[in-house]
Design a protein around this ligand. Structure first.
Ligand SMILES: C[S@@+](CC[C@H](N)C(=O)[O-])C[C@H]1O[C@@H](n2cnc3c(N)ncnc32)[C@H](O)[C@@H]1O
Ligand SMILES: [Zn+2]
Length: 159
């Protein structure tokens, strides 16, 4: 009998079937990724795919301005700059409807609440507070902290 915490999680649904998404102009920034169907909370929506690179190569590419690199472990990262990576269009929000779930090799984007068809998908990029002023946030959420920043650092910046 599986454990039940009273919260129905459809974890793994995205493993078994394709969740319909579409790329389109975003109110947050440039292009964004949108739900093209209703998505229940807990659904693994899409993988952030790309070249697996070393931490050293990650540092080099970040310094060169690559905005699509995803930290995987202390040794590896995924460079999702490839156009095959539809998840590259997901923008940051301070009130996101998705979160990131990592295994040692795979990065999933998972719904943290029920998402309606047409909603833009977002997650918190989880940036640390170094040079935070270089990354102003345009997410438009009522609780926006003003910067693309992991929530744990919000208390450290002037409001
Ligand atoms: C992974 S891309 C996201 C897709 C991007 N909008 C595009 O058109 O390719 C990350 C870049 O999008 C922009 N971006 C994402 N979320 C943002 C936000 N909340 N506020 C301002 N810019 C954002 C930043 O330029 C960031 O470097
Ligand atoms: Zn914001």
């Amino acid at each position: 009998m599986p454990a039940c915490d009273g919260d129905l999680r459809l974890q793994g649904v995205g493993d078994l079937m394709t969740i319909q998404v579409r790329v389109g102009p975003s109110r947050i920034a440039g292009q964004g990724l949108f739900a093209a169907q209703a998505i229940p909370k807990g659904t693994r929506i899409i993988q952030h795919i790309g070249e697996k690179i070393s931490s050293r190569e990650r540092a080099r590419r970040l310094a060169a301005g690559n905005a699509y690199i995803f930290h995987l472990t202390y040794r590896y990262a995924i460079d999702g700059q490839t156009l095959d990576n539809t998840a590259r269009y997901i923008n940051h929000s301070c009130a996101p409807n998705c979160e990131v779930e990592k295994t040692s090799d795979i990065i999933w984007i998972v719904a943290v609440r029920d998402i309606a068809a047409g909603e833009e998908l977002s997650y918190n990029y989880g940036y640390d507070a170094r040079n935070y002023q270089e990354n102003p946030c345009n997410c438009g959420a009522p609780n926006c902290c003003g910067y693309i920043l992991a929530q744990e650092y919000w208390g450290l910046i002037p409001r």
